[in-house]
Every structure is written in structure tokens, then in C-alpha cells.
Write a protein that binds this ligand. Structure first.
Ligand code: ATP
Ligand code: MG
Length: 554
């Protein structure tokens, strides 16, 4: 037992105990999404847990599509899920698994149960079935079809399969116990009729297995040793175990439940996220405001920060709400260490140097990261005109140096990585707006202290006018303006933040950013963290991943 780490959560403890007792020798987990939407940050917790355990114990984790409900599923979701899991940094052996690969075997097991007098075809419609199911405090009532002979059920099941029975007219149900305290055991449905093509099996099936009948059996076929799901399935576990006890399965898997990830200010329900997409409240599943993996990626959140965040979460037997600021901390922390620095002016104001001369014409080398020499340097062009941000200039000479550490008429400021300059004059348009600042440069101040008698108020960012790249910057705020958009009287859509997207056109980025690609991470000095957007048809667009500091803090 020397090669097993100290457990950090109860699932590792269970695995360690199983290994020690010899109950299992090989750790096999799975991540089982239903392909009915894109993955979100909640799924990331499950992915990191399942793939993480497989890596830790040198076992394996299957990506398995739980594609038992063709009504809501789509190949496009399958493709997106594969891409997202890979992007998060995880892989699986061979092809992904699919519940639909096992439809033949599941059907044979259904026949086994009928033959063993443990399942029957029931002709109650869904409403009658609900009425006879009873309540939490009241036992259910047996279906009038419960005791029909196995041969009759078998013949009907076959008719259901080949499409001879109308949808809703019959189901196959397990014969367990209508008076069980656990409603899941009151003769649950194993198969329902859906005369619908499946994205993988085509027209072959007219019946599809229920989640409960499929899931544990899929685990058994794949030799899953620890089937980890979220807490809401705890009440399904006795049913999971009933199947493993009553079917000749190739292995006996066990189910364990942990708390779902819930984040405040965030929706983590595929159904509701789909509604945001379908109703066009966002531009798509990968809109950078979405808590989907693809949205976070497009926003510029790194896979590493998602993994770090997920690893920081308690794997517990209770649901808790995590503050989104905790996630943002990991996003910022990773970008601070790993994002290259660059300069981009969001609201440009032109500055022209009156004393610029050719010999001062400069190619200035600057570091890409203040603390990381391994990230190298880049060369900035410095000419007689450059842009600064409008908010970094003021004509108000009474502004104190302490309050306004930027450029003021008659005073000095340092341009990041470059010269010290002094503002001398302004040019205004007919509307009395400042359109240009006339300034002078203090020679020989790149990488050097200011000469005697000159003191820069502060350091501001700038972009060379001649080589600047025109770009658009998307600034984001939280999609919901309420910590708990999903609860209470109002509909979650009523809590959409109307200001969650601000598009800033006419920005000026340094020339090196022309070659950036989506997935590169930058800190735009003094502005925040950014990445190039994937939509580059007409314009150079950057998405703001996150600000330098948490503006939501009280
Ligand atoms: P949703 O409610 O968003 O549709 P789901 O549970 O129906 O979620 P699945 O595709 O069935 O979505 O989920 C695949 C796996 O991810 C399951 O094992 C599920 O338990 C897990 N999972 C889903 N949401 C979360 C979450 N918020 N936190 C942790 N695990 C989750
Ligand atoms: Mg589900």
C-alpha cells in the first residue's frame, strides 16, 4: 500500500479501502454526459474528478455518451463534448463509449428479467401509472398487468421493439415492490416506446431504455469500478444495486454520489442554458458570457485554471454554493502567471511629440512578462505619434499627483517600457473636445530614471500610432445580476444583466497583437486579461477574460 496517496476526499478513501481489501485491482471510472447540450463548469468538476482519479490510480476513465433519449440529443453535442473534454486536458483509451453501443445487450437483459418473472409489459398510460405509484407517505398499488405471464410480456415487448405498438401505450417495468419506501423501486420503467430515429442507431429501435435501466448495466459492461454521480441520484442507488443483483452482469459496479457544483451568479443546468441560446439572449453555446466550457474557452479562461479551480473544490456528500469569486481567483491567478503582457488602448487619444527627431526613433525591447524571462521580449516601435487612453489625460492642473497618477498638462508621465513625456498643449475640435495632445519627450529615459528635477506622475500604457492595429474589444460583466438567479419567485431570465456585454470599437492595439490567435492569453497592461475572439471575419476582436482586480468586491 505504499504507492497510494493519502486520501483527500471520501471517494479516494473508498478507493483506497477497496484496493487494500482486494475488492478491486484496477480503477475504472467514467464521465457520462447526455449529448443534449454543451458541457458547463459543473460538468468540469465531474470530469476533473473522474479523469483525475483514473490518472491518480493509473486506471482509466471512459468518456461515455448516455445517449438513451434521441428526442433531445444531437451529433453536434457529441462533437462539442469531445472537443471540450480534450481541451480540458483529458483523454480516454480508444473511441468514446456510447450507451447506444449496448442497446442489443440491454434488450437481452430485459428479456432475462421478463423470463425470471422480474419484469412485465404494463399497459397503463403515464397518468394512470403516476396515480398508482403512491406518494412519499402512501404505498403504491400494483398494476393490473403485473401478473401477466412472461410469455405474454415477451411477445408484447417484441411488438414494442419492432414498432407495432403506439407511443405511450405500453412500457416495460421492473417487478420490484409497489410498497417500497423508495419510490424508485415501485416498478420503475425500463423501456418506453419512442418511434424516433436515433443519431447513431438510426431506425433500428422503437423503444429506448430508461436512464436507470441503462446506466449501471453500461458501467458493468465497461468494468467501471467506481461509478461516481451527483447527489440527486442517491435515491436511485438501490435500483442500481437491484439490477446488479438480478442480472448476469460481467462485473458488479458500485455507485457513489457527491455534491454538484453550484456557483452563485451562474446557471448550471443544460436545459436553462439551452433556453438562453434558443431565445437568443446570448450568441450561442460558446458565447463568452456562458458558463459552458466552450464559452469559458472563448472568453480566454485557461483549461489549467478550470482544473485548478475544480481541484480546490470539496468533494463532499452535500451540495454547497461556491462563490464565483473563487473561480475568478483561479482564472486571474493563472493568467497573472502565464499571460503575456501587451498594450492596447481602448479609448484612444492621439499624442504628438513636438521634439521628436529621427535619432530618437526607437525600436524598444520590452519583456513579455515582468517575472518570466522564459517568455522572452518583443520590440515596440516608438514614433512621433502614439495613443494613450482618454482617461489617462487631464487638462486640470489642480489634480494632485497622488490622486491622478497620469498625464496632466505641464507635467510628466512615463510611457510603459519607454520614455518620459510631458504634455504641453491640446488641440480641440469645434465641440471643444480634446482630439490631440501635444507633448515633448524627455530624451534618454528608456529604462532609466528621470533626470534631476523631473518626476513622472505615474506609468501609463500607450500604442504607437503608425503601427497600431485597429480592433474591437468586448468587455463582459456577469450574465446575471442576482446571486441566485435560479430561485425565488421570479424567472431566471428576469435576472439577466442588461449590461453583460459592452462592445468597444475603435481600439488601438500594439502591432504584435496582429498575429495573435484565439487561445493566446494576454494581459493588456492596466486593463485586464484578454484573448483574441474566434470570430475574425471582419475585424480584430479581443474578449476581456477578466479584469485585473475583482470589481464586485464590496
Ligand atoms: P444538467 O442538469 O446540466 O443537464 P446533467 O446531470 O443532466 O446536468 P449529464 O450530461 O447527465 O448532465 O451529466 C454528466 C455528468 O456530469 C453526470 O455524472 C453528472 O452527475 C455530472 N454533472 C452534471 N452537472 C454537474 C454539476 N453541476 N456538478 C458536478 N457534476 C455535474
Ligand atoms: Mg442527466
Amino acid at each position: 500500500m505504499t504507492d497510494i496517496d493519502e486520501p483527500t476526499n471520501f471517494i479516494q478513501q473508498i478507493i483506497n479501502d477497496d484496493l487494500e481489501a482486494g475488492r478491486v485491482t484496477n480503477i475504472v471510472t467514467r464521465f457520462p454526459p447526455e449529448p443534449n447540450g454543451f458541457l458547463h463548469i459543473g460538468h468540469a468538476k465531474s470530469i476533473c474528478l473522474n479523469f483525475g482519479l483514473a490518472n491518480q490510480y493509473k486506471g482509466k476513465c471512459n468518456l461515455r455518451f448516455d445517449d438513451t433519449n434521441p428526442e433531445k440529443e444531437d451529433q453536434a453535442y457529441v462533437d462539442a463534448i469531445i472537443k471540450d473534454v480534450r481541451w480540458l486536458g483529458y483523454d480516454w483509451v480508444g473511441e468514446p463509449c456510447y450507451a447506444s453501443n449496448y442497446f442489443d445487450q440491454l434488450y437481452l437483459w430485459a428479456i432475462t428479467l421478463v423470463n425470471d418473472n422480474k419484469a412485465y409489459v404494463c399497459e397503463l398510460d403515464s397518468q394512470a401509472m403516476r396515480e398508482l405509484r403512491g406518494t412519499l407517505t402512501q404505498a403504491g398499488t400494483n398494476s393490473p398487468f403485473r401478473e401477466r405471464p412472461a410469455a405474454e410480456s415477451l411477445a408484447l415487448l417484441e411488438s414494442m421493439r419492432v414498432g407495432e405498438i403506439a407511443e405511450g401505450a405500453m412500457t416495460l417495468r421492473a417487478k420490484i415492490d409497489m410498497s417500497s419506501a423508495n419510490i424508485n423501486l415501485r416498478d420503475p420503467v425500463l423501456y418506453r416506446i419512442k418511434k424516433m430515429a436515433h443519431q447513431r442507431t438510426g431506425d433500428k429501435w422503437n423503444i429506448y431504455p430508461s436512464y436507470d435501466f441503462a446506466h449501471g448495466q453500461e458501467d458493468a459492461i465497461e468494468g467501471v469500478s467506481h461509478s461516481i454521480c451527483t447527489l440527486e441520484f442517491a435515491a436511485n442507488r438501490p435500483l442500481y444495486d437491484w439490477f446488479t443483483a438480478n442480472l448476469p452482469l460481467p462485473s458488479i459496479p458500485h455507485q457513489y454520489e457527491f455534491g454538484r457544483l453550484k456557483l452563485n451568479y451562474t446557471i448550471t443546468s443544460k436545459r436553462k442554458l439551452k433556453q438562453l441560446v434558443d431565445d437568443k439572449h446570448v450568441s450561442g453555446w460558446d458565447d463568452p458570457r456562458m458558463p459552458t466550457i466552450s464559452g469559458l474557452r472563448r472568453r480566454g479562461v485557461s483549461a489549467r485554471s478550470i482544473r485548478n479551480f475544480c481541484d480546490s473544490l470539496a468533494v463532499a456528500k452535500t451540495d454547497g454554493i461556491v462563490d464565483v469569486a473563487q473561480f475568478e481567483h483561479f482564472i486571474r491567478d493563472d493568467l497573472n502567471s502565464n499571460a503575456a503582457r501587451a498594450m492596447c488602448v481602448l479609448k484612444p487619444l492621439l499624442v504628438t511629440l513636438s521634439n521628436y527627431s529621427e535619432q530618437e526613433y526607437a525600436q524598444i525591447d520590452v519583456k513579455n512578462h515582468p517575472n518570466r524571462d522564459d517568455m522572452g521580449t518583443r520590440t515596440l516601435t516608438f514614433g512621433d505619434q502614439f495613443y494613450i487612453d482618454q482617461s489617462d489625460f487631464s487638462e486640470d492642473v489642480s489634480l494632485s499627483r497622488k490622486k491622478f497618477k497620469r498625464l496632466v498638462i505641464g507635467d510628466y508621465v512615463r510611457l510603459r517600457g519607454a520614455f518620459i513625456v510631458r504634455a504641453d498643449d491640446v488641440v480641440k475640435n469645434t465641440a471643444d473636445e480634446i482630439v490631440e495632445v501635444i507633448a515633448s519627450l524627455v530624451p534618454d529615459t528608456v529604462g532609466k530614471d528621470a533626470p534631476e528635477g523631473i518626476k513622472a506622475r505615474g506609468v501609463i500604457h500607450w500604442v504607437d500610432a503608425c503601427s497600431a492595429v485597429d480592433c474591437t474589444v468586448n468587455l463582459y460583466d456577469r450574465l446575471f445580476n442576482q446571486a441566485d438567479p435560479d430561485r425565488g419567485e421570479q424567472h431566471f431570465l428576469d435576472h439577466l444583466n442588461p449590461d453583460s456585454l459592452t462592445v468597444v470599437n475603435g481600439c488601438k492595439a500594439e502591432a504584435s497583437l496582429a498575429g495573435s490567435i484565439a487561445g493566446d492569453h494576454y494581459q493588456f497592461e492596466r486593463e485586464g486579461y484578454f484573448t483574441r475572439d474566434i470570430d475574425q471575419i471582419e475585424n480584430v476582436i479581443f474578449n476581456c477574460t477578466i479584469g485585473l482586480r475583482d470589481n464586485w468586491k464590496a
